[in-house]
Unconditional design. Structure first.
Length: 213
């Protein structure tokens, strides 16, 4: 798979890179995913972006990411975007409408999100006429397997709203579950047994059947 991805080329000349936006609650592990991907493909450990899942073991807390940060992966035509985490309440953490604007390509790289208000068309940094290359090409919803049942209802609703809008925009979506080794003893001892674990299957079903997303 690694060789296939390294050999991947984009056929559309209007798109320089495929853009993936990761969103999820505090402590889900968005930054850790990006660190891992960069470490694998660049051949050395990458720890440039803060991994809040390591610094904040609880389901609640504050997001460590505040900017719309782009992380390229070596010379590969892929870019991963990390954003502020979702928190309870529309005025706390990442705002749903800002992520939707990012999906459409209206948010520039390194824009610093504000909890108090969302990006407006009057903002000097607002991209009024985004190209295909400015838009997000895949939305990745990140949730921690051991915290599915603990997710706040308002955070879940934020994520559902964003996923619904992505569906309207026909943007491909993925659900990425982290902390699998925290769910059952089998995966703690051997991560290769993830697909054999009944508890993992239960968590996946709970997330995909609407309890979380």
């Amino acid at each position: 798979m690694i060789t296939t991805l390294k050999d991947f080329r984009i056929s559309n000349e209007e798109v320089r890179e495929l853009r993936f936006l990761l969103h999820g609650p505090v402590g889900a592990g968005k930054s850790s995913i990006i660190n891992t991907i960069k470490s694998i493909f660049e051949g050395h450990q990458f720890i440039n972006c803060l991994a809040s899942s390591d610094l904040n073991s609880g389901i609640s807390g504050n997001s460590f990411t505040t900017k719309y940060q782009k992380f390229s992966v070596g010379t590969l035509p892929f870019a991963f975007y990390d954003v502020m985490s979702h928190e309870e309440g529309q005025s706390k953490g990442m705002r749903s409408d800002d992520i939707i604007k990012a999906l459409k390509g209206h948010i520039p790289d390194n824009y610093e999100f504000k909890e108090e208000y969302s990006m407006s068309k009057d903002n000097v940094y607002y991209i009024s006429d985004p190209t295909l290359n400015d838009q997000i090409h895949c939305l990745v919803s990140v949730i921690a397997a051991d915290k599915v049942a603990l997710m706040d209802d308002k955070v879940i609703q934020k994520m559902k709203t964003i996923r619904a809008e992505a569906s309207k925009l026909k943007i491909p979506q993925l659900v990425f579950m982290t902390r699998m080794d925290k769910v059952c003893k089998m995966t703690q001892e051997d991560l290769t047994k993830i697909y054999q674990s009944k508890k993992i299957k239960e968590k996946k079903s709970a997330a995909l059947n609407g309890e979380s997303l």
